[in-house]
Ligand binder design. Structure first.
Ligand SMILES: *Cc1c(COP(=O)(O)O)cnc(C)c1O
Length: 393
């Protein structure tokens, strides 16, 4: 019924697995026929805390009964707490809230360009940003313009100029692409959509050094990698790197509301004076109330520890898969890309078989199964899921 209606009246910009979900709790979701599935995708890491975490649902309910939206034409009594706590979590001076991840990316690009003109002295209209092969930063026209995925990009031009694409994980290529007009490097510390691609050790630290030497901002897109997923609050911590700008989204809204943000020090954030940037829904009290609860949950470090412990368990379980079916397994915290060999079925078929057996995964590109369970999952449930993956292979 729903599928028919979606098919007839909805845009066809997704290709979902044929499962119609009606209910969720923790790591489990239930379909309209009452079948239960283990969720190994977590809405692309937006559900890091699991479905309907009691603390997040309570925060949302309490706020729904008080005030939901004011716009930024007035103050609301929730925004201050949220930005103060997120600034503390990121170790940055200030936070600018938006709604979706793509908006956070756009906000980061705007901040870097204006910083380049007003602080670095780049001639007006000339600012450049370095990005990476295989990147995924969202779906706006500016962002898809520097995507290297033809499916995301083709047919949507003309695109905004000012971006240079270099190979991911290659510091020399990055260095060679730097110009006097380069204001920023925009990087995912681990590339999620590309299939959980982990750059070589030392690369991100080298990117940080190059940014310092050439006075460029390091903008870390932690929309998917941040907020506990990798066993750290931010994946940049794996290399002890502090970026100039954090881009956050997905799990920041606790899987309850769309909520994104950029966090930066005053030198960068203060390029935004009144009227230079904004969003009708950005910083609304409902999102701020949920976001503040997310930040409070992450402040203790328990979720990060849990992701690290479960990630080790997951890595050990995945190591038992039939080597003939596997090209490479990449694990980073509770996040894995299982790249299949030509002897394995296509990743889509593997995901369809797993769904039929009660485990929900999503392929990324044709050959990789991405595993990103909610951090509330239990180790026995991970074992079960890997067993289902083994059978599907
Ligand atoms: C999902 C994602 C985005 C875009 O977020 P939306 O909320 O879908 O706009 C940007 N960057 C990364 C790394 C992401 O994973």
């Amino acid at each position: 019924m729903t599928i028919d209606l979606e098919d007839r009246f909805g845009a066809h910009n997704y290709h979902p697995l044929p499962v119609v979900l009606a209910h969720g709790e923790g790591a489990w979701v239930t379909d309209v026929e009452g079948r239960r599935y283990l969720d190994l995708l977590s809405a692309y890491s937006a559900m890091n805390f699991g479905h309907r975490h009691p603390r997040l649902i309570a925060a949302a309910h309490a706020q729904l009964d008080r005030l939901t939206l004011t716009s930024r034409a007035f103050h609301n009594d929730r925004l201050g707490r949220f930005v103060a706590d997120l600034a503390a979590l990121t170790g940055m001076d200030a936070v600018l809230p938006m709604n979706t991840g793509a908006e956070a990316v756009e906000t980061g690009i705007k901040a870097a360009r204006r910083w380049g003109y007003t602080r670095k002295g780049v001639p007006d209209g000339r600012a450049r940003v370095i990005v990476f092969d295989g990147n995924f930063h969202g779906r706006t026209t500016t962002i898809v313009g520097f995507s290297t995925d033809p499916v995301a990009r083709d047919g949507f031009g003309p695109f905004a100029p000012g971006f240079d694409v270099v190979p991911y994980g290659d510091a020399q290529a990055l260095e060679a692409a730097i110009t006097p007009d380069t204001v920023a490097v925009l990087a995912e510390p681990v590339q999620g959509e590309a299939g959980v691609l982990i750059p070589p050790p030392g690369w991100l630290a080298r990117v940080r050094e190059l940014c310092d030497e050439h006075r460029m901002l390091l903008i870390a897109d932690e929309i998917q990698s941040g907020l506990g997923r990798t066993g750290h609050t931010f994946a940049c911590e794996r290399e002890g790197v502090r970026p100039d700008v954090y881009l956050l989204g997905k799990a920041l809204g606790g899987g309850v509301v769309p909520l994104s943000a950029i966090a930066a020090d005053r030198e960068v954030m203060d390029v935004f004076t009144p009227g230079r940037h904004g969003s009708t829904f950005g910083g609304n009290p409902l999102a701020a109330a949920v976001g503040a609860e997310v930040v409070a949950m992450l402040a203790t470090g328990e979720w990060q520890d849990r992701a690290r412990r479960l990630g080790e368990h997951l890595a050990a379980a995945l190591a038992g898969l039939d080597p003939a079916k596997i090209k490479e397994i990449r694990v980073c915290g509770l996040w894995a890309g299982v790249e299949l060999s030509p002897d394995a079925p296509p990743a889509r078929v593997v995901c369809e078989r797993m769904a039929a057996a009660g485990v929900l995964c999503k392929e990324t590109h044709e050959t990789t199964v991405r595993i990103a369970p909610p951090l509330v999952i239990e180790s026995a449930e991970l074992d079960h899921a890997v067993g289902v993956l083994a059978a599907a292979l």
